[in-house]
Design a protein around this ligand. Structure first.
Ligand SMILES: Cc1ncc(C[n+]2csc(CCOP(=O)(O)OP(=O)(O)O)c2C)c(N)n1
Ligand SMILES: [Mg+2]
Length: 658
């Protein structure tokens, strides 16, 4: 399909006008980026992108990621113009208003066609790496017939300047992800003004140094844009296309300056822009020819999508491919039987080791699981017999050596999960969750099923000292909405929590795991962790105390209970592997576990902040509200007062004063 250049220009101008009018109507938003990149986006969608607006989730579509999420009107315009069901023109009129699918920044949960939520600069591109990894993996497993698509990213100066960019492109270059193509909006403007105020970097040289192909073009010359993208598509390396653009192009008095970045153009400038662009129609009305031309672009993929559908039906692995893409787990009966077999044993292992044992079983049963670690495989214990290396030589492998790139790893896992067909998990030390915290937050916001294996979860890691000992981390991650934080207490809870994590639809999970060995406390099923918190040991004497503990501190709680019971004080021990799950139980269950009129005590080797929700203000909270220290683990537990010998008398004293 060849559209004459003048018609292409009008198609691009439709993006410009829709964007400036929507921002003006909302009195909020970012017209500069969409107006500047309208020409590039028109060529990309018009000539290269494989998609079918009638089947937004067609598995073999090219993925398009607007990493410069502030330019959200660009993607809303494109989806509308090419004929997606949503956004309608009414949706666009409601840009940035409550419940509009045209949210301030593009949200994957709002609109099919928005592959991932963007706005935190740099992460869209880094998720693009994950999308490209998932594509190569599924291609390796299912072959060219079913999986053969590209990932296109539009990124701005900010996306390239962020630190995560270094991690992401290093990983992509190393993995030779040649189907990843980044279109850089090289407009040399950011919010504070010209990029020269803050950077002197030779971006192309940096990309070249990490194994990328780079090419430049005039981002307002259709033929030149097409030439550059074609070159990028042809090159076997991941590609950076530097598109020289003018921010806000089409606004005659404001274009090229930072004032168009993030503010409405204003009535007078919009009128001037209409003159400049030769646009006579009022806001939110589009010329028939433009609509027809854009719909023709949208129809370009129809036949290919249909042919793909036929191949899927014919493919021997078609049903398995569809299962994975739908995110449905395979039959888990054998997994459960194996885990149930552990109940009879008496395994004293670290929960990180228990996690490795569980992963051995799970990765054998769930072929879509792709593991990895940020260079701590031997500590996180994330590799299994089933997870052979994922590499350019064998993309069907299932273990990613992410390198020391926690943020890059987490963002890539988000991209993989959102691509679909894979279930990513990855490890690092819990304390370094801070390095990837915003990507963990984005997992939760995007409802991405990603499992974070965060080991060395307390002072129990010992001699590495306070830099490596998490204090506030577990509780602060519990505050992230839609993230489930598990802290299992033994081998059984670890297996249970893993089962819950892989079944957690639309939600990421954290598994906080110990370095040190823990005794097996549970010898009976069924999955008690599914309740969030449950009575592990019930009081024998008249109940005066309920101790709620997590992870490695459940063992301590059990010892405290024994000491108190021997003094005639009845104590329940409640293990609480998932507080959010417990809080979601009905009030009768919660009242049964935390009855009124007894002293409530919490023990967790981290901040005590937040435990008031369990203990009330008159309960006792044992934890650590300073940084840790460097020493063997048992000495640290004693030093920080987290032993039965130190906790028991404080509970006795509290009972006496009450
Ligand atoms: C991680 C992060 N930091 C800061 C911001 C706020 N912010 C939004 S856009 C922007 C400037 C980006 O410049 P550029 O990518 O060149 O976009 P342009 O002005 O060219 O549209 C900033 C700092 C953000 N969205 N994400
Ligand atoms: Mg810029």
């Amino acid at each position: 399909m060849t559209i004459p250049a003048n018609r292409l220009q009008t198609m691009a101008n439709a993006i410009r006008v829709l964007s400036m009018d929507a921002v003006q109507a909302a009195n909020s938003g970012h017209p500069g980026m969409p107006m500047g990149m309208a020409d590039v986006a028109t060529v990309l969608f018009g000539k290269f992108l494989k998609f079918d607006p009638a089947q937004p989730r067609w598995p073999d579509r090219d993925r398009f990621i607007l990493s410069a999420g502030h330019g959200s009107m660009l993607i809303y315009s494109l989806l509308h113009l090419t004929g997606y069901e949503r956004p309608t023109i009414e949706d666009i009129k409601a840009f940035r208003q409550l419940h509009s699918v045209c949210a301030g920044h593009p949200e994957n949960t709002e609109l099919p066609g928005v592959e991932c939520t963007t706005g935190p600069l740099g992460q869209g591109l880094a998720m693009g790496v994950g999308f490209a990894m998932a594509e190569r993996h599924l291609n390796g497993v299912f072959g060219e017939e079913l999986v053969d698509h590209k990932t296109f990213v539009i990124a701005g100066d900010g996306c390239l300047m962020e630190g995560i960019n270094h991690e992401a492109i290093g990983l992509a270059g190393h993995l030779k992800l040649g189907r990843l193509i980044v279109l850089w909006d090289d407009n040399r403007i950011t919010i504070d003004g010209d990029t020269s105020v803050s950077t002197s970097e030779d971006v192309a040289a940096r990309y070249a140094a990490t194994g990328w192909h780079t090419v430049a073009c005039d981002g307002h010359d259709f033929a030149d844009i097409e030439r550059a993208i074609a070159e990028a598509v042809a090159d076997p390396r991941p590609s950076l296309v530097a598109c020289r653009t003018i921010i806000g192009k089409g606004a005659p008095n404001k274009q090229g300056g930072h004032s168009v970045h993030g503010a409405p153009l204003g009535g007078a400038e919009i009128e001037a822009a209409r003159g400049e662009l030769g646009w006579t129609l009022p806001p939110f009305e589009l010329p028939e020819q433009v609509v027809a031309d854009w719909r023709a672009v949208g129809a370009r993929g129809t036949a290919e999508a249909a042919a793909w559908g036929e191949r899927l039906v014919a493919a021997p692995q078609g049903a398995e491919f569809s299962r994975r893409m739908a995110g449905e787990l395979p039959d888990m009966a054998e997994v459960e039987a194996t885990f149930n077999g552990w109940l009879e044993g008496d395994k004293k292992v670290a929960t990180r080791k228990a996690s490795e044992m569980a992963l051995d079983v799970l990765t054998a049963a769930i072929p879509e699981m792709i593991g990895g670690s940020a260079d701590l495989t031997g500590s996180n214990l994330t590799v299994t017999k089933s997870t052979t290396p994922f590499s350019p030589e064998d993309y069907s492998g299932r273990y990613v050596s992410y390198g020391i790139r926690e943020f890059g790893m987490a963002a890539a896992m988000n991209g993989m999960a959102l691509h679909g067909g894979v279930l990513p998990y990855g490890g690092t030390f819990l304390v370094f969750s801070d390095y990837c915290r915003n990507a963990i937050r984005m997992s939760a916001l995007q409802q991405a099923k990603v499992v974070y294996v965060l080991t060395h979860d307390s002072i129990g890691l010992g001699e590495d000292g306070p830099t490596h000992q998490p204090i506030e981390h577990i509780m602060s991650m519990r505050m992230i909405p839609n993230l489930e934080v598990f802290r299992p207490a033994d081998v059984i809870e670890t297996a249970e929590c893993w089962q819950l994590a892989v079944a957690n639809e639309g939600r990421p999970s954290v598994l906080a795991l110990t370095r040190q060995n823990l005794p097996q406390l549970r010898h009976a099923g069924p999955n008690q962790s599914a309740l969030g918190a449950y009575r592990l040991v019930a009081a024998q004497a008249a109940r005066k105390v309920v101790i709620v503990a997590t992870g490695s501190e459940v063992e301590i709680a059990v010892a405290v209970r024994s000491a108190l019971e021997s003094q005639g004080i009845g104590v329940d021990v409640v293990s609480a592997p998932s507080l959010s799950r417990f809080f979601a139980q009905d009030s009768a269950y919660k009242a049964d576990i935390l009855p009124a009129g007894v002293l409530k005590v919490s023990i967790e080797a981290g901040t005590t902040f937040g435990w008031e929700a369990i203990t009330g203000l008159d309960g006792l909270r044992f934890g650590i509200d300073t940084f840790g220290a460097s020493a063997p683990a048992d000495q640290l537990y004693d030093y920080f007062g987290l032993t039965a010998a130190k906790i028991t008398p404080q509970i006795v004293a509290a009972l006496q004063t009450n």
